[in-house]
Design a protein around this ligand. Structure first.
Ligand code: SER
Length: 608
């Protein structure tokens, strides 16, 4: 069964009766103007408002296949099962069905529809924490489905809790998540190779990283929201978020744990073999480079298709890094270590699930970036050769320094050492590796920081926009009518984006009127205050609130005015806000667009 068949079967299984899910389009890889994260890294990201309770236009049961990028895996690429760009098959219950349906369905899909051998499946379930109970329900369901006791393993929050930002303790305030139950395929004892494993002194188990087990799907029960340090709150609805890596499932059905031997990569590997005159599978060291080049070129092509160009910041920096690593490993693959260029992978629809821009544009971007870098690498090699020729003893620290300053990988250092006949011992390798691990942890923390960025940003700019957006909503209601409610909002340091129902875009006069209404309140320097009230009383004030949100028994109502009763704006809101409107400065609506049926999006900036 090839990847296309698996993808099609998954969608069909969930859209068919009695499951009756509706298929939804995948979200773009780069979520427009979303500062909270660089790339779509999980299917749940674009669905967060609906997991929180907003009504999804297609209903409560959804199915999709979501192209995603995970940056944490960049350094791991090179083995047979880690990739940066992948496709996540997903089925979703937005407050509809829960564990009793999800686990039997996904088990039926995997075993009956795909025909994966039951005897090779293991599952994991959540062992609980002091705040969240042990998941006995999932355990019971798996047992009823026929899984033997010793193949249902309990793990703690590090392994069996899912949120965008980690365990309940690590999670960002405002993020949602919950316990999960993963399915693993057991390739068998014969793969029980523990030399390089973190677990070499322990018994092999599904989460062991030796390669014997491959995780093929994860049912997350999104049920909690982090509301404060150490505080989880139950969501008003219980959700299911299933994600299964298409590449991994394809590998299982291909009967080979190596994802690079599936139809998703085999063409790309073949063109690399032809270009470099080597055979994939002949040597562990070259296989690693084959995989890195194949993965990074596929991911780079997807990013360029999504409108990303190489650069020094954010998305562009990641693309640059991927292309550069591909160049380094292409040099390792080429017979004399020279740079022979990068062949563009198969970009046909089924192999790369994003709309492909134009192959020649992708080629141009990759060629330009890789060509420049290949020259820089030559400089790194000269530097290394000078070091060796001068008789300086080559150490792990020198190798790491070259890696950090020139992006020069250990493999090339080893190769140069061998060619020049100088010693680079196991100890040196270890020293390099230690430095490398330190650096890796640092870059992990940095990329985790990106998640923090937008969601918990309380910079003065963001606070100003926050209050200005309350005024924008009040003014839109004044000018257009009470049908205007907040459908979506996204604030960065540069602008506020606001979505609301309206059949047409605003006329020029309406835009002007809204702007003037906001700016008038700003000019009057009106105080911004809040009151904490019991929910019922807060509702009586007529303050604007989300209809589908669950609020605590006491809520904060922010208002703009001397007192709550005759305030210009009243909203249920956690804040923070400016102290008085004069702090905001003047606003301008500089763009608007229609997004989907009956929704208008406006962008507002602050005038300097
Ligand atoms: N969000 C979960 C994951 O990425 C399941 O889709 O594993």
């Amino acid at each position: 069964m090839d990847s296309k068949e698996i993808r099609d079967k998954f969608i069909k299984y969930f859209t068919d009766s009695p499951r009756n899910h509706k298929e939804i389009d995948p979200a773009p890889l780069v979520l427009e103007n979303d500062p909270s994260t660089l790339f779509t890294s999980a299917g749940m990201q674009p669905l967060v408002p609906y997991l929180l309770g907003e009504v999804h236009p297609k209903g409560k049961k959804l199915v999709n296949s979501q192209p995603s990028i995970r940056l944490g895996d960049i350094e791991e690429v090179g083995d047979n099962r880690h990739i940066t760009f992948f496709e996540m098959l997903g089925n979703w219950s937005l407050g509809d069905y829960f564990k009793d349906e999800q686990l039997p369905w996904i088990y039926e899909f995997i075993t009956n529809e795909l025909g994966i051998e039951k005897g090779r499946l293991w599952v994991s379930v959540f062992e609980g924490t002091k705040d969240v109970p042990k998941d006995e329900e999932s355990y019971g369901i798996w047992k009823n489905l026929g899984l033997p006791d010793d193949k249902i393993i309990f793990y703690g929050a590090k392994k069996n809790w899912w949120s965008m930002t980690g365990t309940p303790e690590e999670m960002n305030v405002g993020h949602i998540g919950g316990p999960d139950s993963e399915m693993f395929y057991d390739f068998g004892e014969e793969l029980h190779l523990h030399e390089n494993s973190l677990y070499k002194n322990e018994m092999c188990h599904p989460n062991c990283d030796c390669g014997r087990f491959l995780e093929i799907g994860n049912s997350v029960f999104i049920q909690y929201k982090k509301v404060g340090e150490g505080k989880l709150e139950e969501l008003p609805q219980k959700n299911v978020d299933f994600g299964g890596g298409l590449e991994r499932i394809t590998a299982v059905l291909n009967g080979d744990p190596d994802m690079f031997r599936t139809d998703l990569f085999s063409h790309n590997i073949k063109i690399l073999e032809e270009k470099y005159g080597r055979k994939y599978g002949d040597s562990e060291m070259f296989d690693r480079s084959f995989r890195i080049v194949a993965d990074h070129l596929r991911a780079s092509s997807a990013l360029i298709s999504g409108g990303v160009y190489p650069g020094n910041k954010a998305h562009g920096y990641i693309l640059r890094r991927l292309i550069r690593r591909a160049v380094l490993h292409a040099k390792i693959l080429s017979p004399k270590g020279e740079y022979l260029g990068l062949p563009i992978p198969d970009l046909s629809e089924n192999k790369i699930p994003v709309p492909v821009k134009s192959v020649s544009e992708i080629e141009n971007v990759i060629n330009e970036e890789s060509g420049k870098f290949a020259k820089a690498i030559d400089r790194g090699m000269k530097k290394l050769e000078t070091i060796i020729d001068k008789g300086t003893v080559l150490t792990g620290n020198i190798a790491f320094d070259l890696y950090q300053t020139e992006g020069f990988p250990l493999e090339l250092t080893l190769e140069a050492a061998e060619r020049k006949g100088v010693k680079f011992s196991l100890e040196d390798k270890k020293q390099f590796q230690e430095e490398f691990e330190k650096h890796k942890n640092l870059s992990r923390t940095t990329s985790a920081g990106v998640f923090k960025g937008g969601l918990a940003d309380d910079s003065p700019e963001v606070i100003k926009f926050h209050t200005a957006t309350h005024l924008l909503l009040a003014s839109l209601r004044k000018v257009l009518g009470d049908h205007v409610i907040q459908k979506g909002q996204n604030i960065t340091k540069e602008r506020s984006r606001f979505d609301f129902p309206n059949n047409e875009k605003l006329t020029d006069e309406q835009v002007k009127e809204v702007e003037e209404t906001v700016n008038k309140v700003i000019a009057e320097n009106v105080p911004v205050k809040f009151e904490v009230l019991p929910k019922d009383e807060a509702l009586k004030t007529g303050a604007i609130h989300g209809f589908n949100e669950k609020y605590a028994d006491t809520v904060k109502v922010y208002y703009v005015g001397e007192n709550l009763d005759d305030a210009i704006s009243r909203e249920f809101c956690g804040g923070p806000h400016v102290g008085s409107t004069g702090e905001i400065g003047r606003v301008k609506i500089n763009k608007q667009e229609k997004i989907g049926s009956g929704l208008v999006r406006v962008y507002m900036t602050l005038e300097k």
